[in-house]
Design a protein around this ligand. Sequence first.
Ligand code: SF4
Length: 284
Amino acid sequence: KEFRNNVKPNWCPGCGDFSIQAAIQRAAANSGLEPEQLAVISGIGCSGRISGYIHAYGFHGIHGRSLPIAQGVKLANRDLTVIATGGDGDGFAIGMGHTIHAIRRNVNITYIVMDNQIYGLTKGQTSPRSAEGFVTKSTPQGSVETTLSPLELALSAGATFVAQSFSSDIKQLTALVEEAIKHEGFSFINVFSPCVTFNKINTYEWFKDNIVPLDSIPDYDPSNRIAAMTTLMETNGMVTGLIYQDKNKKSYENLVPGFREEPLVQQEPLLSREQFDNLVAEFK
Ligand code: SF4
């Protein structure tokens, strides 16, 4: 199964996003998917280009809106595996309203955030994930805003699958994407993805020095939500691995009464043409 196409990514050499693309392609292949069974939906930003670099259905949406589109695709065709992608600016600034409600809605899709802690496409401004004191063109005297903790927020919103990885650890990331695809419900994976061009603070070396692998925490239990929250707070959000999973909660599609299994295009219309025209006439 081949998820590579002939489009050459125009990310900067060394950008973390290359490995995330490779991990998605490997995870899809390892999951036994065919390209026509996968849809990759992206927002705007350097990360947004990824939907054009994977041989599958793809939709490069508008800023912060990958999740509404991805949920719509999934609800229209439950047979598709749907992966939404975006950057930290896309998902945690303009798209935050969608992110929180997608998490609590728990539609069966995977959301991968390429977290480089800066706006790369627009040449380096402070993002919600930038550290306090971070100096950029938009904060020349250093950011005074508190850094967003997306995984704590996700847990608070009722997430059923929360993971974090590092683009350099392609083996771990691939395994997490495979688990996310298998998970019934909304799977959220935040991936540290260094922007080598504009972020000179959060570099590959910085992440290697600061990441706390979950494997290093004895007897960690990813089904324990309180332990997950505590671990995130104790590691300042730098923990990597499968942080939390609730295997019992059903996805949105499986909870909504009468929500049908077959894709929308295979279903009989609920109304005849005449009934539809009459309904429209009532609103005129
Ligand atoms: Fe990657 Fe940064 Fe270059 Fe964008 S600007 S492609 S995020 S390295």
